[in-house]
Design a protein around this ligand. Structure first.
Ligand code: PMV
Length: 367
């Protein structure tokens, strides 16, 4: 049985008009994702030191619209609006991205590109938006390339190109190109897996209990991250535990694939929580050292573990590189877990904020 899924349909038509006369717009909705096996440490050009695995969310997404027309100056012009307002920081990021990989983006060189972007989740919620926003950027650019007459042939290759570009923009974004459970990184057991782009796991290899898993994101702090993602990955260079960590991630990945296929919740919980705490452990014993968990993060973890033991409800937690807690649980326990969050955990959340999310179906192209 194929472990990796056939790529979903790419619903874009290929236009053959010449570049100079082209104008139009492209509109994608791309969700964020939560890593179960963490990508932490990179090499070369945005290549991961170890494979990672995530599921794509449903409700936390970026919507990006790209309007394009021939540039009046004959040179590329980029404008960027975030939630209706010009945003110089994001604009500069896109310009830098396009200029870093000029051979990839020659089709944009004579165009005037105007991006409008919004997030479904609040701007200052402490939720990393780079996966959804850079995923959306990559898909908008792939659709634009197609409208400029570039044809990668097979649909599968087109999705891989989107994931490849998303990876160049922000590593974990390459997993947001697909719905469901997504793998990024070459794994010997999976012949088509690659460090260059992510691939979706076949639904046949996901037990029904995991197919509609829930993720309630508890906003412990919405403060800006103390360490940027780039600096965070760099902490792994020369880290005393680096090699052991990369090996552990590979072992965890293999075990998690088995757990996902078999519906083994116990194994899932053990691996996923260990991955989160390892990520934070690595940051704590890096030089320099970072403690990104807050006292409330630990209080929530303790409460979750007590609740799991006392109520025998199979929930797990995971953490990104920040203090917020993702509570993961089967949809069958939705009510019990959400009641518990409302009764016991909401007091640890900044301004009582949390977001209920779940495994999602992936990006949507609006026609
Ligand atoms: O994609 P980046 O460079 O922002 O790194 C993401 C790193 C983690 O979120 C901590 C883990 C992951 O795999 O998403």
């Amino acid at each position: 049985m194929a472990l990796l899924q056939q790529s979903p349909k790419f619903a874009t038509t290929i236009a053959s008009t010449s570049l100079e006369h082209q104008q139009g717009h492209i509109h994608w909705r791309v969700p964020s994702n939560i890593a179960l096996i963490k990508y932490w440490g990179k090499r070369g050009v945005q290549l991961p030191q170890n494979p990672s695995l995530s599921f794509t969310l449903q409700h936390a997404y970026t919507e990006m619209q790209l309007d394009f027309r021939p540039s009046s100056t004959g040179k590329r012009i980029v404008e960027f609006y975030f939630e209706g307002m010009p945003n110089e920081k994001f604009r500069a990021k896109i310009v830098q991205f396009l200029e870093t990989y000029p051979e990839e983006f020659t089709f944009t060189e004579k165009l005037h590109l105007t991006f409008h972007s919004i997030n479904s989740f609040p701007h200052s919620a402490g939720i990393a938006s780079s996966a959804s926003s850079m995923g959306a950027l990559a898909l908008c650019l792939v659709s634009l390339a197609q409208k400029c007459g570039i044809d990668w042939g097979r649909l599968e290759t087109t999705w891989q190109k989107a994931s490849y570009w998303a990876r160049l923009a922000s590593g974990s974004a390459c997993r947001s190109i697909y719905g469901g459970y997504v793998l990024w990184g070459a794994v010997p057991e999976l012949p088509h897996s690659s460090d260059l782009y992510a691939l979706p796991l076949s639904q046949e290899n996901i037990h029904p209990i995991f197919a509609n898993f829930c993720d309630s994101i508890l906003i412990i702090s919405a403060e800006e991250k103390a360490v940027s993602s780039r600096a965070g990955h760099a902490l792994m260079n020369g880290h005393p535990f680096a090699e052991a960590r990369y090996q552990q991630a590979r072992t965890h990945l293999k075990q998690l694939l088995e757990a996902l296929a078999m519906g083994n919740l116990e194994k899932f919980i053990t691996i996923v929580e260990n991955e989160a705490l390892t990520l934070h452990g690595l940051m704590m014993n890096s030089y320099p050292s970072f403690i990104l968990m807050k006292p409330a993060t630990l209080a929530v973890i303790e409460q979750l573990r007590n609740f799991r033991r006392q109520r025998e409800i199979p929930l797990a937690f995971t953490l990104d590189a920040g203090p917020n807690v993702h509570v993961l649980y089967p949809a069958a326990f939705r009510q019990e877990v959400r009641n518990f969050i409302d009764e016991e955990l909401v007091k640890y959340c900044q301004q009582n904020r949390y977001i209920h999310d779940e495994v999602g179906t992936g990006p949507i192209l609006f026609q």
